[in-house]
Structure formats: structure tokens, C-alpha cells
Design a protein around this ligand. Structure first.
Ligand code: OMP
Length: 234
């Protein structure tokens, strides 16, 4: 069975903090995720420095009209990210424009994995209803996942609860990236749809994304190593 890989989400505004975490985690994680908190505070030039030799997951969750998303993605090409995010709820035209922009702007051997975020892991059924979506998270994730893959995404961001229904609906094709991961005994924080690293690996996640359970641990490297051990024995 394929190995589930670990992405550490380094959510901070501080360059020193991000550098410190990245160096402590070197060799313990398979990729580094930097998102809007870090990028808005430190700018794009700091991204590569922090990721170092690790693959960079640049998580900016683009969601706009198709032309703006396409041009935004082509502006990101020089950074050389390995994974990028857009919101699946931007719809077919936006996702197709993102696909075209990636194919046109990135060298074929260095194309990032284009991930469509389905339903955020901080959203539950009540929150979906509040925004006018009369579906369970699982139903909505499968609906958006199918739409996004048909429109040209390479993969999907979902919670571990939706891995099995997505595999049933779409097979092995989508790269599944799974946040909302909480090792046993850690705080949920603002996450609603959570599972342990082991559960996500057993369900078939390609990558798990872990932020605070690593970065807020007394020893982040030890926390990451413990998660890797859990993945290896899942
Ligand atoms: O796209 C993401 O990475 C993402 C999607 C999602 O649905 N939920 C989610 O938590 N994330 C990101 O994954 C990370 C989770 O962080 P922790 O909750 O601290 O483990 C954060 O950086 C979020 O921005």
C-alpha cells in the first residue's frame, strides 16, 4: 500500500519562527505548507527560503473570477511550489481556467499539483446550512470533488471522513490531501471534521496536513516523528 506523507503547516507571521520550525522539522516531514498568514506578513521571497529542500505546498486558496485566478496562478509560477490550492466552489469555469494557466505557465516537469479545496474542515453540517447548502459535508465534498476533477484539478483537499466516499465516487485518480488531523489527546481547536493520522492513513490519504499539533508541541520534531511512526504502522 502507498505511504501517506506528512505536510507540516507552518502558520505564523514570523520569519524567525518559520525558519526555526523548518529547521527543527527537516527530515521529519515530507513537505512544508505556507499559507496566507505567512505570505501576507513576509512576502513571496521568504517562501522558498523557509521550505528549503522540502517540497513547498503554497496554500493561498484562490477563489475569484476565472481570469483573475488564472492570472494569479501564472504570477505564482516563479516560486516553484509543488502543490497549490484553489476553492472548488469557484465552479467549473474557474477550475478549468486554473488548469489552463498551470499548463501554460509552468514547465511540464515542474507542474504543481492543482488541489481544489472542497468543504473546509472547520465547517460542519450546520455551518453549511447557514450558507445555503442543504447537504451533509460528505454529500457536498463528493459533489464538489467530482466537479473539480472533471474541470481539471489534480486532487482535492477534504477531511478524512470523506476519503472513502471520494474513492468510491472517483477511484484512485484524485490526489487526496487531508487536514483536520489530530493525534489522540490533542485539541481540536477550530477544526470540526477531524481524525487521527492513523485513521487518515488507513482510509487512504495521500498526504495529511498537520499544523498546531506539531508547531505548538513542546518538541515539534518529536511530534512530527511520532506522527510519521503512526503513519508507518497504519
Ligand atoms: O487547504 C488547507 O490546507 C486546509 C483546508 C481545510 O479544509 N482545512 C484546513 O485546516 N486547511 C489548512 O490546514 C492547516 C491545518 O492546521 P491545524 O488545524 O493547525 O492542524 C491550516 O494551515 C489550514 O489552513
Amino acid at each position: 500500500m502507498k505511504r501517506t506523507r506528512l505536510i507540516a503547516a507552518l502558520d505564523t507571521q514570523s520569519l524567525d519562527q518559520a525558519r526555526h520550525w523548518a529547521s527543527a522539522l527537516d527530515g521529519h516531514v515530507d513537505a512544508i505548507k505556507l499559507g496566507m498568514e505567512f505570505t501576507y506578513a513576509q512576502g513571496f521571497s521568504a517562501l522558498r527560503e523557509v521550505a528549503g529542500r522540502n517540497p513547498l505546498f503554497l496554500d493561498l486558496k484562490l477563489h475569484d473570477i476565472p481570469n483573475t485566478v488564472a492570472k494569479g496562478l501564472s504570477s505564482l509560477a516563479p516560486i516553484g511550489a509543488s502543490l497549490l490550492t484553489i476553492h472548488a466552489s469557484g465552479g467549473t469555469a474557474m477550475i478549468a481556467a486554473a488548469r489552463q494557466a498551470i499548463d501554460a505557465s509552468y514547465p511540464p516537469l515542474h507542474r504543481p499539483v492543482l488541489l481544489a479545496v472542497t468543504v473546509l474542515t472547520s465547517i460542519d453540517e450546520a455551518a453549511l446550512r447557514e450558507i445555503g447548502v442543504p447537504a451533509t459535508p460528505r454529500e457536498q465534498v463528493v459533489r464538489l470533488g467530482r466537479l473539480a476533477m472533471t474541470a481539471g484539478a489534480d486532487g482535492l483537499v477534504c477531511s478524512a471522513e470523506e476519503i472513502a466516499p471520494l474513492r468510491d465516487a472517483l477511484g484512485d485518480a484524485p490526489v487526496l490531501v487531508v487536514p483536520g488531523i489530530r493525534p489522540a489527546g490533542t485539541e481540536a481547536n477550530d477544526q470540526k471534521r477531524i481524525m487521527t493520522p492513523r485513521q487518515a492513513a488507513q482510509a487512504g490519504a495521500d498526504w495529511i496536513v498537520v499544523g498546531r499539533p506539531i508547531t505548538q508541541a513542546a518538541d515539534p520534531a518529536a511530534a512530527a516523528a511520532a506522527i510519521q511512526a503512526e503513519l508507518a504502522t497504519a
